[in-house]
Write a protein that binds this ligand. Structure first.
Ligand code: NOJ
Length: 478
């Protein structure tokens, strides 16, 4: 659809930015915090880029007031951050750590004082290591109770001040990397275990939504799904079918469960035949159907293009964690699909296709299939930034990236998408899990790198000033 006139962003639109505890906080063992699976994982040699870890990260734990002040100066309307489970329950369950609750209490109050709406993510990948060791974390149904208990503690403590909540962040990513590629903790490479752990995570997600309704009746909750819409490489029906396979296996497998409490049919049958489908126990289906979210959170970075893959075709491959452009091999599942570079799109240095229209397609597909409001809980550009003389960072490429994505949001709103907000990943630079500190996303440059913590001073990039203007004009000036 080419619209003659575009509808503007709604008045109460959540112009936001996001982060995650492990990636920004540091203070990994302070004030009673217990170790998480990531605290343990990064200590295994060879797991992360140049051996980086989040022990100090960008020291947000100690500098949160300075960071919130920068948000306030920008006029930011919403800040999405995650809570480290191990600050609240150092062992995952048992006795609550008041110092951990206090940190987030202070952060929330500071945000509210500065007119920034807090959006809490309950789980952004940092599982208590104690639960990993006690019963295998997401592989045991025991986690449903422990996760619920932790979440209810947060609902009770912060539910009076926090309206928007994200349940699981990128369940598809932490489960696939944790249990299939082995690139994340607990470093398992087993497809059967992956689908089982995923099912348990879905049950936990539904359960906390059920509790949320009771404890925070006026709040809004939803998961954040890492959605990379699938394209067919050509109009050849075989390629279109490959795209359908990919969309169902990589996306509907999660989103159908969130929105409908049901697994998609063709992939379910395929996994059952392969002996990979999860075990469904009595009451599971009912629970999934009882935990429907208020909105779909979407983390959008890219689209992926697929073509037919024979039964003898390519399988799993490696991620690009170095920033060496063009180093990602094609991957696939024999008999289902394989990825192919889209010749119509430019890519980032980490080989992520840049596709603003793909965001509109994502929003349209979700709206068409699920009719849920959408929160863009992440979108942004990971790039090498250069700190120039006089503390200047000219990230015009980031401005261009976000501007083009926002234009597509406007078109999607005109299409009829109910868009609640847009959170740029990320507010400050941060630790990019496996990619160290060189892959920068922030509006605010943090002066540190893999080799040295330096002074970690905060420096506003050009994109900071640009986004400030966007917020001031409510997106009329992009
Ligand atoms: C998604 C994840 O939620 C976030 O933690 C990560 O750093 C960004 N994507 C960028 O890769």
């Amino acid at each position: 659809m080419i619209h003659k006139k575009l509808v503007n962003f709604p008045e109460n639109f959540l112009w936001g930015a996001a982060s995650a505890a492990y990636q920004v906080e540091g203070a990994w063992d302070e004030d009673g915090k217990g170790p998480s699976n990531w605290d343990a994982y990064v200590r295994i040699p060879g797991t992360t880029f140049k051996g980086t870890n989040g022990d100090v990260a960008v020291d947000h734990y100690h500098r949160y007031k300075e960071d919130v002040a920068l948000m306030a100066q920008m006029g930011l309307k919403a800040y999405r951050f995650s809570i480290a489970w191990t600050r609240i329950y150092p062992e995952g369950s048992g006795e609550v750590n008041e110092a951990g609750l206090k940190f987030y209490d202070d952060l929330i109050n500071e945000l509210i004082k500065n007119n920034v709406e807090p959006i809490i993510t309950l789980y952004h990948w940092d599982l208590p290591q104690a639960l990993q060791e006690a019963y295998g974390g997401w592989e045991s149904r025991k986690i449903i109770e422990d996760f619920s208990n932790y979440c209810v503690t947060l609902f009770k403590r912060f539910g009076d001040r926090v309206k928007y909540w994200v349940s699981l962040n990128e369940q598809n990513i932490f489960i696939m990397h944790g249990y299939l590629s082995g690139a994340h903790p607990p470093k398992v490479m087993d497809c059967k275990r992956m689908y089982q752990a995923n099912h348990i995570a879905s049950l936990a997600n539904a359960k906390v939504i059920q509790y949320f309704r009771k404890v925070v009746p006026n709040g809004k909750i939803g998961p954040s799904f890492a959605y990379s819409p699938a394209y067919a490489s050509s109009s050849k029906p075989e390629d279109v079918l490959a795209y359908e396979n990919a969309e169902e296996l990589n996306s509907f497998w999660w989103m159908d469960v969130y929105a409908w409490g049901e697994y998609p049919k063709a992939v379910w049958n395929y996994l059952e035949r392969e002996g990979l489908a999860p075990t469904i126990e009595d009451g599971d289906r009912e629970l999934l159907k009882a935990g429907i979210p208020d909105f779909m959170g979407v983390n959008y970075y890219r689209t992926t293009t697929y073509e037919i893959n024979s039964l003898a075709g390519v399988g799993a491959g490696q991620m690009n964690t170095t920033g060496k452009k063009g180093s990602t091999p094609d991957t696939g599942i024999p008999g289902l699909f394989k990825t192919i570079r889209n010749p119509n799109l430019e890519a980032t240095d980490w080989d992520w296709e840049i596709d603003p229209i793909g965001l509109r397609i994502a929003l349209r597909r979700i709206t068409c299939r699920y009719r849920l409001p959408i929160l863009i809980s992440e979108n942004g550009l990971g790039a090498f930034d250069t700190l120039e003389e006089g503390d200047v960072v000219n990230d015009d490429y980031r401005i261009e990236f976000i501007r083009r994505h926002l234009e597509e949001c406007k078109k999607a709103i005109t299409d009829g998408v109910d868009l609640l907000g847009y959170c740029v990943w990320s507010f400050t630079d941060l630790l990019s899990w496996l990619n160290g500190y060189q892959k920068r996303y922030g509006f605010v440059y943090v002066n540190r790198d893999e080799e040295s913590e330096k002074d970690m001073r905060r420096i506003k990039k050009q994109s900071y000033y640009w986004y400030k203007k966007v917020i001031e004009t409510n997106g009329k000036e992009l």
